[in-house]
Design a protein around this ligand. Sequence first.
Ligand SMILES: NC(=O)c1ccc[n+]([C@@H]2O[C@H](COP(=O)([O-])OP(=O)(O)OC[C@H]3O[C@@H](n4cnc5c(N)ncnc54)[C@H](OP(=O)(O)O)[C@@H]3O)[C@@H](O)[C@H]2O)c1
Length: 262
Amino acid sequence: MDPAKADLPEHLWRRLLDGDAVDEPECDLYRPLLASPDAADGCLVLGRIAQSLDGRIATVAGASRWISGPEDIRHTHRLRALSDAILVGAGTVRADDPLLTTRAVAGPSPVRVVLDPDRRLGADRRVFAGGPPTLLLCAADALAAAPPPGRAELVGLPRGPDGIAIPAVLAALAARGLRRIFVEGGGLTVSRFLAAGALDRLHVTIAPLLLGSGIPAFTLPEARQPEDGLRLSWTVHRLGADLLLDIPLHRARPPVCGRPPP
Ligand SMILES: NC(=O)c1ccc[n+]([C@@H]2O[C@H](COP(=O)([O-])OP(=O)(O)OC[C@H]3O[C@@H](n4cnc5c(N)ncnc54)[C@H](OP(=O)(O)O)[C@@H]3O)[C@@H](O)[C@H]2O)c1
């Protein structure tokens, strides 16, 4: 069967923006994102990755513009507009210096959230200048390392064995009324949310592109046998030349080396 086309007509997009979960099939992709969060932390968390056919999100040097096509960029901006917060790792801000706004579609820009545990990002990054509010999440022991960059609000969180614990991130965002969280990259950050069992859903775009090498989409605990991996279900949508996989996770997390998590 042909994959569903995901490019949304403008009038339906406007209705979705108004919170109207319209029943047209073109809205299937977006409807789950408008549902009420059902996790105990009160957040609905969507991860996203655009990857090459060989599972890379950027070249070895960190160039990722553009892996996927314009339809996928528009889709990403729609996901931003439906979210309270867009969260990225420090590697993405370092490599791309992104604005993280909704320039490509109608709709509000969410609060921007950057995870930079050791305050290694320069204050000159564009996300810290004008535009929507930005939260810089760092380890509590790095709070005093430098003044808040630009107009960003600095938030210190406890450091755990694997960096800043994801539940602490979600609690800090929920405390600020930010409950629809869009984790837009890069691979390490999405992987940490996935490993923590903190993603409700994942949108993975696969572009018909081979890079040969590069930054991996997912870096997760090793499965020793295929049967030990996290087996997923998905629905497939066509976005221009790319395929978008819509993956419900229900906070599932990969087993660690074949053993289910405690
Ligand atoms: N194709 C796509 O969909 C896409 C999307 C976004 C970005 N990109 C590309 O991906 C590359 C960056 O991706 P990446 O995987 O290398 O890095 P990343 O996920 O953007 O950032 C990883 C860094 O963020 C910090 N971090 C994330 N979660 C943390 C946690 N729970 N606790 C503590 N620190 C945390 C750490 O910073 P420290 O290193 O300071 O500890 C970590 O090394 C760039 O080249 C960018 O262009 C592609």
